[in-house]
Write a protein that binds this ligand. Structure first.
Ligand SMILES: CC(C)(COP(=O)(O)OP(=O)(O)OC[C@H]1O[C@@H](n2cnc3c(N)ncnc32)[C@H](O)[C@@H]1OP(=O)(O)O)[C@@H](O)C(=O)NCCC(=O)NCCS
Length: 149
């Protein structure tokens, strides 16, 4: 594994691969019906990192939101493929997308107990702007983070 994935939008028939990864990695559980809807809403923001054999290594779902921003809804990399730069490449593409749409920032939420996620986003230059109490469905708190692009 050389950690040099191809980053491109996920195709409709690849949604099950993305759903499997998200379900395995993300604490918040999503109804699988949400993915086709998100893809329809903003296909360019339904990003995958693929290896040379076309296997999905990581996924990042982003949407344009008010406040002149692109918001990260989901970011997940398979555990055995972490620390190879895949998450960073997905976020680089997200920031390119934001600039392409003339947005001024990328925003996201991360569980306050997710030290790995916090370390990752901090290393990419994201700053905590708000504390969101009971943000997640299980009552967990979140940090709202953002980066000007
Ligand atoms: C967060 C996540 C997407 C990072 O993906 P990744 O591909 O491992 O990240 P990268 O390899 O691109 O890391 C880039 C840099 O971020 C920082 N970083 C990454 N993971 C980190 C961790 N667990 N702790 C502290 N810093 C971390 C490091 O500075 C790293 O550079 P380095 O490896 O050269 O030191 C991945 O760990 C993951 O899927 N976690 C579970 C889901 C999650 O927490 N998603 C985000 C919140 S929704």
């Amino acid at each position: 594994m050389d950690g040099s994935p191809v980053i491109r939008p996920i195709l409709e028939d690849e949604i099950p691969q993305a759903a499997e990864l998200i379900q395995a990695v993300i604490t918040e559980q999503y109804d699988p019906a949400v993915y086709p809807r998100l893809m329809e809403q903003f296909a360019e923001g339904f990003l995958g990192a693929f290896d040379t054999e076309g296997k999905l290594q990581g996924v990042c779902i982003v949407i344009p939101v008010e406040d002149n921003a692109i918001r990260v809804l989901v970011l997940a990399v398979w555990p055995e493929l972490r620390r190879l730069g895949i998450g960073r490449k997905l976020m680089d593409r997200t920031e390119d997308l934001a600039r392409g749409y003339k947005k001024e920032k990328v925003t996201l939420e991360v569980r306050t107990i997710n030290r790995g996620g916090l370390g990752f986003y901090t290393s990419l230059g994201y700053l905590v702007r708000k504390y969101l109490q009971a943000f997640y469905s299980d009552g967990s708190d979140a940090y709202y983070m953002e980066k000007m692009v």
